[in-house]
Design a protein. Sequence first.
Length: 595
Amino acid sequence: MTEVKRLFDFPYYQLEHYPLQSSLVSKKNGEWVSTSTAEYIDKANAISRGLIQLGVQPNDKIAIISMTNRTEWNICDIGILQLGAQDVPIYPTISEEDYQYVLNHSESKFCFVSCEEVLKKVNRIKDMVPTLQGVYCFDELRDCPHYSEIIRLGNENPHLQEEVEKRMASIDENDLATLIYTSGTTGRPKGVMLSHKNITSNAIYSAERLPIDLGHTKALSFLPVCHIYERMLLYMYQYCGVQIYFAESLETISENLKEIQPEVMTAVPRLLEKVYDKIYAKGTELSGIKKKLFFWAVNLGLDYEPYGQNGWWYESKLKLARKLIFSKWQEALGGNLKAIASGSAALQPRLARVFNAAGIPVMEGYGLTETSPVVSVNDMRNGGFRIGTVGKPIRETEVKIAEDGEILIKGPQVMMGYYKDPEKTSEVLVNGYFHTGDIGIVDRDGFLKITDRKKEMFKTSGGKYIAPQLIENAMKQSRFIEQIMVVGEGEKMPAALIQPNFEFIHDWNIRKGMKLSDDPHELVNNPKLIARIQEEVNHFNKRFGKWEKIKKFELTPEVWSIDSGLLTPTMKMKRKVIKERYIHLYNKLYGHEAE
């Protein structure tokens, strides 16, 4: 019997308990191509033998850079880990300069890339990475050896399997498994060292919160697998006998959902916001009784509380709303979803309410790369769900709140440390507790609630503390506001830089016959739009204390995105970069002379 203690134990465990014909499924040339559990293991072993033939030793580092989640990623992952080597997943859209830094810092020997776009970036910097001996591609390209070359090499050397098994047997659960470079909102990426035990314990304990039938379930995977969130879940799915379908891209998610009809998927709040906004926009296009019914259902959903807390009269209305309106929302997401795990940023309570009311269970969780990642997660069963919280901690996890409100974590998922950086490690790992940098509370029933980022809180010149995330999350509920960053450290009052939701404003402009320009640079200076956004700000300001209210704002003409360098790969704002980019607007807000 396979006991899962190391990451490469997961597929073997699946083979024993839930041997699947479709363990990993990717779309190739318009067709879904299945890899069975047995084939997955065979190919991973061939990769291991091929890498031994190429001279890979225990503790060597091998980078994987992929634009999409795909079967090859998992095969290479297991093939590398079985050798006692470590893989280094790299986010594909970071700069060439960061590629160079991560490959050099990790001293990567080989690199797997997904496609031509990534290959070009690697080729431009590979001469500056002296340790790099070879690059292999998942797509078939003329100027790069295909990853199947390593499989072929492994198949030509079956006698090396004995060496593979010897190495597997020598790997301990506490050994280093992977280096994950966090795309910090400031400074150089830090290499988080995660052991086999860090991630396996997290996958097994997180599985206890997943309300699915083991061995009879499909998952859609599309969040970047180079982040530990989606990657840990892929191991968890393997443990639970879940068939993993990889979405073709972020653009094809809605199409893939309808094709696959999965029971489970993960999401980040930004994605759920976009899904909701699209549904809402369709509702506004309706007329007459259909429109009335749509908004009646939405408003009902916004009052949702789990476990029938609103009473029988509300529940009977909800049943009707689900039948008439919400069933169509469910269909748009494939019709079978039993759980959407939301993480990486705060989920607005209104979204948690409306999706759960619609019978689309969105369960918010909390974690960090340094905690492999899950610390806590909501679970609809046994009273384990509370809106506005990130659920209760998973098994063997201790959450302690420090005197200043910081959340401290102790448990098997806490990282080994930062690679080659004992100084930064000792700053965050103190007496066995990981200092998260997040502020929160644990309520009397054991639910954890995140209130802010410690690093992001600031004081105004009047000495008042401002928690920007609380204000930002409230204001982002406005359909006019795509992104908002609250500023004002050391200034007399808080103010904001706002990126308008240009898509929504375009529709609003047509609907109202405003005849505003579609050029964002003209739009952000238009008095009518500014006045309308001021109304939104005034509305949300009512929720906050006098010292917290946004007194002034400036609109930015560019879309804040990962490509523009203003958001991290997990869609968090790079506050320092945004402030520098719009320093002229910041100075205007506070009447400073241009610097």
